[in-house]
Design a protein around this ligand. Structure first.
Ligand SMILES: Cc1cc2nc3c(=O)[nH]c(=O)nc-3n(C[C@H](O)[C@H](O)[C@H](O)COP(=O)(O)OP(=O)(O)OC[C@H]3O[C@@H](n4cnc5c(N)ncnc54)[C@H](O)[C@@H]3O)c2cc1C
Ligand code: SF4
Length: 358
């Protein structure tokens, strides 16, 4: 295969970055993926099973690495990008260790991080030992070990709290993180699968089951698995002497106050942008959404292009998305990149790009 000399750098080797690398490689481009961790895969390395089909996350990871059969990208791990500087029609990508790369075009796929649930002091995360986040639970489920609370006991009553740090003016994030409702349904079912005697309650403001088969899974959670959904705003969690948790809420359907005890509370914390992504965006002159995610050029026709020519964005660095949506978004970004590269190839032919420290 003839390899195009134009060089594409993808920042972030999660689902979005890997899918884009495979598409661009297959299209004959020279691609370098820069990943800050010691391994690529992003959050798929942490998640256990994926909604909506409870597919093992390893299967999606295998699919992504199988995409590299034709013209594989150069993948560099332990390579954290700190800035992207547009320079003479190209882009200079600076790493934390001082290395630098030049690229004709850049795709930013640096993903998201979980909202810091400690900021919601009323829920007691990192204060009460049996208050955890959906992220912590996912890690625990991935081990395959029986679900236990801190004292080594099996939890009998478990509560999920939706919208932690999302749709919340006080926390500064008014957007919906989109995937936490269905994550709450997935994790509630998974707990019932492993602990059939457990009672599981989900406290929500609204349920947003936007994706294919999400509503069906929500119905299954209630009818097949006996998960109870309560439309209620949780105001406070306090710890009892025996380390169980007292939860106070208002049932917003009946208007009645609720007081219930639980052995384990799981906070469905929302998605927020990685602080480093914000720094990279600023260095490259990009614009941001109201939630501080990287903004696309146009919300209808050009979500993957940015206001800086030659810099593209895909995946959850631009908005909360599921894995399926992320992969579709990454493919969409590559189409835009290829047409941009073709237009710019004719306007200025450039020599093969070398790493700055080569
Ligand atoms: C608790 C939880 C459970 C979920 N479960 C599901 C599920 O079951 N099914 C589903 O469809 N979706 C699920 N999601 C959503 C899913 O995690 C995302 O759709 C997916 O991870 C998005 O992929 P991404 O590539 O955009 O980002 P990420 O997975 O975050 O990958 C980003 C990559 O970029 C790297 N990176 C970041 N900054 C830099 C930098 N400066 N330099 C170099 N590399 C960098 C990171 O290390 C990472 O490898 C869940 C989300 C949460 C919070
Ligand atoms: S997806 Fe559900 S839990 Fe997450 S912010 Fe939106 S409404 Fe709240």
């Amino acid at each position: 295969m003839a390899i195009n000399s134009q060089h594409i750098v993808i920042i972030g080797g999660g689902p979005a970055g890997l899918e884009a690398a495979s598409c661009l490689g297959t299209a004959g481009y020279r691609v370098t993926v820069l990943e800050k961790e010691k391994q690529t895969g992003g959050k798929l390395l942490i998640w256990d099973k994926l909604f909506p089909e409870f597919r093992n996350s390893d299967k999606v990871l295998n699919h992504l690495s199988n995409g590299f059969k034709t013209n594989p990208p150069q993948i560099l791990t332990n390579a954290e990008v700190v800035s992207v500087i547009p320079e003479n029609g190209q882009h200079r990508i600076n790493l934390r260790d001082g290395q630098a790369f030049q690229a004709d075009t850049v795709l930013i796929t640096t993903g998201f991080k979980l909202y810091n649930a400690e900021k919601k002091e009323e829920y007691g995360y990192q204060i009460y030992e049996n208050v955890i986040t959906s992220f912590d639970l996912e890690k625990q489920l991935k081990t395959g070990n029986p679900i236990r609370i801190e004292a080594g006991l099996t939890p009998r009553r478990i509560a999920f709290i939706h919208c932690v740090g999302s749709r919340d003016i006080k926390s500064g994030n008014i957007y919906c993180s989109r995937t936490c409702c269905i994550t709450g349904v997935k994790q509630a079912i998974e707990i019932k699968r492993r602990l059939s005697d457990a009672e599981v309650f989900n406290f929500y403001m609204d349920l947003r089951m936007f994706g294919q088969n999400f509503e069906e899974l929500y119905i299954e959670a209630q009818q097949k698995w006996g998960v109870t959904f309560i439309r209620g705003r949780v105001s406070e969690i306090a710890e009892n002497k025996d380390n169980s948790l007292q939860l106070k809420a208002e049932d917003t359907l009946s208007g009645r106050p609720i007081k219930m005890s639980f052995d384990l509370v799981v906070l469905l914390a929302g998605m927020v942008p990685e602080p480093r992504t914000v720094e990279i965006g600023k260095s490259a002159g990009l614009e941001f959404t109201s939630g501080n995610f990287l903004a696309g050029l146009d919300s209808h026709i050009s979500q993957n292009e940015t206001n800086t020519p030659g810099i593209f964005i895909a995946g959850t660095c631009r908005e909360p998305l599921s894995v399926a949506e992320t992969l579709t978004d990454a493919r969409a970004a590559t189409v835009k990149m290829i047409s941009w590269l073709r237009e710019n190839e004719t306007s200025h032919k450039k020599p093969l790009i070398k790493r700055d420290n080569d």
